[in-house]
Write a protein that binds this ligand. Structure first.
Ligand code: PLZ
Length: 450
């Protein structure tokens, strides 16, 4: 099936959002629950490569990838073709009723491409939150322990357990308790805001967390009670926080020495996004379990837990599953997306995007003292805004101005951060150099204008 070509040029023919989008927004407000938000309410007609086309005929540059999902580009032809072919044969049987090859193939691929040469198994689910929940279930089932250690600024989802695992109250948790128990939160190695400076934010920061988990005196939990340490190797919603070098290896080593399952939440960082297939690879971390989703299937809902065979197989038969987990069309899409990532060298492409963009963002940091920090890897980059003049408190006003300008100029741009003061760049890896350059120029203009 031929996918319609989306011209790779930004083109604005109305104000943003345009009249048709505004009308649809009114309709939406009467039909859709108010608790479901949208960053930029332009209603989409089609999307591809680095462009999102709206129903008013505007073409916007995509620096969001639907929150790090369409790494291979939107409606990637290989993804569309393979998923459509699958849809014509069967749409669903439920893998737990009568299984099919696509599910097995995706698990084989995940077992192969995730870090570590050991024997692995995978299971498939629908969303990142579900993958994280299942990773915790597996860790608890396999260890017979209950406690789960998470970190400040963490984001792991919106279900009851994953709300408990997520750090930020508003908007994710406010009013939705009581939350699941046996969740313990530790300080995160956040270099820009580490009290004793970024240079002390590696192994030393890990040792602080470790002491709180299992010091001989004054520990909160006791290592023998900890089923899992769960962490995003680069935090996503929390503000693209990359822990200081040595933090993750020290934690992983502590887990290994104490029979604790080290779970990497690579839901946002996975599938070439950070210039490696998985962000754990930057420091050679081999997690025991990994939760993945988002970039796995080029936009179709699919998620997975992959990990050591002895952990994954420790759960009793029937203890894991779900009606839709590993839907056949989503599996077909995933196989195409994974092939595309490998055949088009998207890991390399992410690095190239990172080099170009970081250079430009560092230019902003030199020019404007409200740019407190520029950070990130590959095509997962962030700018943290502060008051400036030595004051590093969060500058949400400037953030609002920058983002509003970018949106008005047809650049889809997202924010993040526990303090709501981080601009994040997540362009599809299929974006062309011209659009990347133009998007960055719009961002520069936004700073020049405040
Ligand atoms: N773990 C690291 O980034 C999803 C959330 C957007 P789901 N991040 C985007 C929002 O406001 O809901 C995410 C993540 C990490 C888990 C999840 C959860 O993945 O597919 O949204 O359930």
């Amino acid at each position: 099936m031929a996918t319609p070509q989306v011209a790779q040029v930004r083109r604005l023919v109305t104000e943003i959002p345009g009249p048709k989008s505004r009308a649809l927004q009114e309709r939406r407000e009467r039909a859709v629950a108010a608790g479901v938000g949208s960053v930029l309410p332009v209603y989409v007609e089609r999307a591809g490569g680095g462009i999102v086309e709206d129903i008013d005929g505007n073409s916007l540059i995509d620096f969001g990838s639907g929150i790090a999902v369409t790494n291979v580009g939107n409606a990637d032809p290989a993804v569309v073709e393979r998923a459509c072919e699958q849809l014509t044969r069967f749409t669903h049987t439920c893998f737990m009723v009568t299984p099919y090859e696509g599910y097995v193939e995706v698990c084989e691929a995940l077992d192969r491409i995730t870090p570590g040469g050991h024997e692995k198994r995978s299971m498939l689910l629908n969303s990142g939150a579900e993958a994280v929940e299942n990773a915790v279930k597996i860790a608890r089932g396999a260890t017979g322990r209950q406690a789960v250690v998470v970190f400040d600024h963490a984001y792991h989802g919106r279900t009851n357990l994953t709300m408990a695992l997520t750090a930020k109250n508003m908007p994710y948790k406010q009013g939705f308790g009581p939350f699941a128990g046996e969740v313990y939160r530790m300080p995160m190695a956040y270099p820009f805001r580490w009290p004793t400076g970024p240079e002390n934010c590696g192994p030393e920061a890990a040792r602080q967390a470790i002491a709180q988990i299992s010091a001989q005196i004054g520990a909160q939990i006791g290592a023998q009670n900890v089923a899992a340490v769960l962490i995003e190797p680069i935090q996503g919603e929390g503000g693209f926080i990359e822990p200081g070098a040595g933090f993750l290896p020290e934690l992983a080593e502590f887990c290994r020495a104490n029979g604790i399952v080290f779970i990497a939440d690579e839901v946002q960082t996975g599938f070439a996004r950070t210039g490696h297939m998985f962000a754990c690879e930057h420091e050679g971390i081999v997690p025991d379990l990994m939760a993945t989703a988002k970039g796995i299937a080029g936009g179709l809902p699919l998620a997975a837990v992959t990990g050591r065979a002895e952990l994954m197989d420790a759960v009793h038969a029937g203890g894991l599953g779900g009606t839709y987990g590993g839907n056949p069309a989503a599996c077909a899409a995933a196989l195409a997306a994974l092939e595309t990532i490998e055949s088009r060298g998207l890991v390399r492409r992410a690095r190239a995007i990172g080099e170009v963009a970081l250079d430009r963002l560092r230019g902003l940091a030199e020019k404007y003292d409200i740019v407190g920090d520029v950070r990130g890897r590959g095509a997962m980059l962030a700018v943290e805004l502060v008051k400036g003049g030595g004051d590093t408190s969060p500058n949400t006003e400037a953030l609002g101005q920058v983002v509003r300008y970018c949106h008005s100029q047809g650049l889809v741009l997202l924010t993040a951060g526990s303090y709501g003061n981080v601009i994040r760049l997540l362009p599809p890896l299929a974006i062309g150099d011209d659009l990347l350059d133009e998007g960055l120029s719009i961002l520069e203009e936004a700073f020049a204008g405040i």
